[in-house]
Ligand binder design. Structure first.
Ligand code: HEC
Length: 92
């Protein structure tokens, strides 16, 4: 039993010391608006058929545009590398 708690502690520590959020976790959040399979809804058009390169370009543009749109706010904190990794998760 004791070893279980020690392992739990180690586990928590491992995840609390890294302040980086994994792209796979970020990508889960995208689905809340864009839909489980990225096909969108009445308000948001589908992104599942976008070309991977177009996707990366759009995401970079959101990062550049410093307006207050939903996507700009979300993408601002992502690095270009995060964007590429997310693109791989969605399109590969
Ligand atoms: C709070 C809701 C919300 C979340 C979360 C969200 N999006 Fe969006 N996204 C939108 C809306 C609304 C639009 C369309 C309006 C616009 O262009 O700003 C959009 C547009 C886009 C577009 C452009 C689509 C096109 O064809 O022009 C891409 C690409 C995109 N989102 C990717 C993502 C990714 C990747 C994530 C996760 C990191 C994400 N979105 C998270 C709401 C959201």
């Amino acid at each position: 039993m004791k070893i279980f708690f020690i392992l739990m502690l180690l586990f928590c520590f491992k995840y609390s010391i890294s302040d980086e959020i994994k792209p796979i976790v970020i990508e889960e959040n995208c689905k809340s608006c864009h839909g489980k399979d990225y096909s969108g809804n009445t308000f948001i058009k589908s992104i599942k058929d976008l070309d991977k390169e177009i996707f990366i370009k759009k995401m970079k543009d959101y990062k550049k545009n410093n307006n207050n749109s939903v996507m700009s706010r979300i993408v601002k904190v992502l690095s270009v590398n995060d964007i590429k990794e997310i693109a791989e998760i969605i399109y590969d």
